[in-house]
Design a protein. Sequence first.
Length: 638
Amino acid sequence: MRLSPRLVAPAVFAVATALAVMGATWAAGVIETRSAQAVRTKLLTEGIDFAAVSADGLQVWLTGTAPNEAARFRAINLAGSVVEASRVRDGLDVTPVRAIEAPRFSVEMLRNDDGVSLIGLLPKAEGAEDLAAAARDLAAGLKVANMLETADFPIPEGWDAALDYGLQALKILPRSKISVWAGRVSITAISDSAEEKAKLEGQLLRLAPEGMELVMNISAPRPVLTPFTLRFVLDAEGARFDACSADTARARDRILAAGAKAGVTGETACTIGLGVPSPRWAAAVEAAMAAVAELGAGSVTFSDADVTLEGSPDTPQQTFDRAVGELEAALPRVFSLRATLPPKAADAVAGPAEFTATLSDEGRVQMNGRLTDDLTRRAVDSFARAQFGAAKVHTAARLDPDLPEGWPARVLAGLEALAELQSGQLLVRADTVEVSGVTGSKQASGKISQVLSARLGQGQTFKVAVRYDEKLDPTAALPTPAECMTRIGRVLNAQKIAFPPGSAEIEGAARGTMDGLAEVLRDCPGLPVEIAGHTDSQGSEGGNRALSQARAEAVLMALQGRRVDVSRMKAVGYGEARPIADNRDEAGREANRRIEFTLLAEDAPPTAAVSADEPTADEPSFAPKEMTRRPKRRPETD
């Protein structure tokens, strides 16, 4: 059958079109596959694995997330080197840039006699110069080495309070290293004595802001112990140290461990000091304490290299001899031993001669008993007056020329030991010296044993029975800021501070008030206080402010003249701006004329105030005129 030309032509065109479409599709697929494969191979060869490659006709698409902009541009450029750059389409994302974390800001402040060194990183550019200027203001002529760096970041929480506290500590401690972080301060310093160490620690604790972490390590130099003393006693009351000394912390631990093994309970103070007679001190003490423990009762006293072992009257002679022999063999060569076994009570001499002294809570001393001659009595009386005060000693001792040899030395040694107590008793006999009483010092027992062992000599018997009372300890009983303000308020309520009208000179009638304030503030060293002056509304506002400022400064100068540390006090005059009563009547104006003491702290107690009234008597002024400002007299009553 012959096809019609009308059917053949369209069929041919249809077949050709289909073949063309199929060929084009195949060709495009080949081009896409080869282009994508070539680009993918190039990227993987260059170590780029974050980009996914796909082709859409002649276009080559790169998708994925690049770690940074540089990696994205590199991937695009590498793809453009394989195919025509115009065919490359960028579908890459970039990992978001993380915010740069603020560094840990810190400052090291080092101070010694040569000056101050500042090292660290501060959170603001102006902080470095401000801190260096504050360091230079600590003392006149103080050299400051500024090695601070800054970073422009927000100030972290707690940084300002910690830095301010660090500067306060740097002012108080002339030999110190102070490290400051946000919310934390570490202090390492050296003090001149144990007493100053306790005082500085209390002052720094009072100044510390609430919520700030404080690490404090203030060391005191080791004292020179002369003689180097240790006394261990085992009796009916139990085992105890009357005195304890060691040359190192390790030796102290060995001695205390030996004491615990021998029956010592509770906390024992053992002084680490200089002057040890032998590096084998701890070994000698351990051997001596073991000897006392073997006896079951007795005491051992070390005074430098002299060792005195005393048994109990009930100790068998054989047991005592064995313990002495073992101790002699165990002691290092430098130590010399003297052993004494007291006679039993039946063999003792009846009615021994005695000398007694009683120290009362008020510091008065009553001396009774026997002394050898009038010269000795005068010497003992003079020595006691030097120790306790001339008006506080009463001597009622009788003379006895038959007293044992060395009696005056025993009496003087006992009085010197008694002076270490707040109150107590001294008993001197030919065979013993006994000191008992109450003290406010944890070191008193050790000092008494040290005095007696040095003054009495080797082989002499003495007994120390001292009780520590924390209420009498001046370092433990330092008042809190709130207690200080309460005491200030009591002084101000008892007597007003008076000023003449229009004058800033303190009247003589207020001398007792100023003395009382000075006494309180000397017991509260470093107390941050604002001394504020206030007036009534009579007169001009500017004149009132100047007058109140001058009066506040007069009080500050008067306290400074009484040896009060005013470094953390400031005088401010508020004039008539802060009335507490109505100025329309005399009673209200009188209440508004006042001097206030305010604690500069977040937890400040109620303000202590006193009126600045008219003087009641024409008494001379004692405020230093050259250190106060006196405004012109106003016609009105202030």
